[in-house]
Every structure is written in C-alpha cells, then in structure tokens.
Write a new protein. Sequence first.
Length: 267
Amino acid sequence: MSRLEQTFAHLKAAGRRGLVPYITAGDPHPRNTVALMHALVEGGADVVELGVPFSDPMADGPVIQLACERALAHGTSLAGVLGMVAEFRKRDAATPVVLMGYLNPIESMGVEAFARRAKAAGVDGVLVVDLAVEEAPEFAPTLRAASLDCIFLVAPTSSERRIAAIAQAGSGYLYYVSLKGVTGAASLDVGAVRRKLAEIRRHTQLPVAVGFGVRDAKTAAQVGQVADAVVVGSALVGEIAKNAKRAKVLPKVLGARLRAMRKALDS
C-alpha cells in the first residue's frame, strides 16, 4: 500500500478529512522550502503538495504566478525540487508528497528519467495541470511503473463521460477544482461542490480532494463537510509573499495558519 493509500485509509477509519497544503518549491528561496514542508506537517498536513515552478503557470492566479517568478529567479529547477524532496525524506518518511506542476519541465527531463528520479527522491504522486486525460495512456503507465500515482484535475464543467475517463486513468486521489477560474480566484459555492462530488463518486472509489477556493479555516470546514480532503494553496503562498523578506518567521506563520484549518476541519 502506498503512502497516499495509507494516509487516506487512516483518515477514513478515523472519520477525519485530509488537509493538503500547497507551496511553490523555491519560494521565497530554495533554502527555505524543506523547513516549510516540515512546518506544514507539524501544522497538521496529511499530504504536502509541492509546486514545481514554471514560467507560464496557466491555471494559477497572480499569487502563485508571482511565487513561480520568485522561485525561478533563484534558479529553482525540477532537479532541484527533487533534491528538496530527498532532503525532506531524511526526517519524514511518512507524509506523502505530491508534485504539482506542468508538463514541459517533465518532458525536458524525460518522462522515464523523471519517474525514476522522483521515486528515488521520495515523491508519491504527480499532478500535471496541463496533462489531459486523453494523453494519459502515454504518461500514466510510466509513472505507475515507478510506483507513482498519477493525479488528475476534475473541473466543474467536466461531463459525466469525462469524469468516468479521469477516474479510470487516475490514482491516489482526484483533485476537484471547486470553481471556474484560476487558483485563489473567487469564493466557492459549497452546495455546488456537494452536487458535483456526488456525481464524481458515482464513478470512483478514489478520495476526492477539493481546492482552488479554500481561503481560511471557515471555508476549510465547510468544504470538509463534503470532501475527503481540502487543498489550500494561495492563502499560504500569500503569507510567504508577505513575509518573503523575513523568511525565518515563515515556518511559524504557515504552521499557525494551517493549525487553524486543522482545528476547524476536526471540530
């Protein structure tokens, strides 16, 4: 059983919802990322989503776009991100790590080489934002051969037929994009999320995580009533931006922000 399977099985057995924070690797500086990952776990993270910075992050709003710019300005690369995961694994062998990013850096490294190196570093799953399910037969088997989960996005506009195809191709969990737009774009409609998740669950037994609109503890608690896990990204990355020149305080700041969400989810 993979780390992701174990984590979601334990959450289900305990009747709890998963908390999945996202940060961009290399932001505000590559030397800070591993400490921030540990701070997220200490703050209550069940899974850590680590963004691979890319020059054209089309699905992301301005907060994460700027994070990518800061990370790239410091020379953060896909190889460097894998090195960060390997460093994280020296202290934490239990928390699943999912890389979230875009196809171009992976293709530049080579899909087979990437899968091999990601597994060796301690990565558990990969979410490629611009990988359509139609391309999965060329990509997902390579990840699975390296025992990596291939995680797909499901949009509010996804048809039932497309949801079925995504559910068939995906593993680890499905990531439901809770709103039409980019990350951090708007307030979400929990009722609409509930209805769409019911549709998704007709096609899969995989856990469903919900993100793109979770801003605070209150929203996390609302989403946690209907989802298996809650993903929070822009709210945390925004804190990194505000404190970029005071990087030493960031583990404490992010840990506190996440603990509030963890408490709200568990209450």
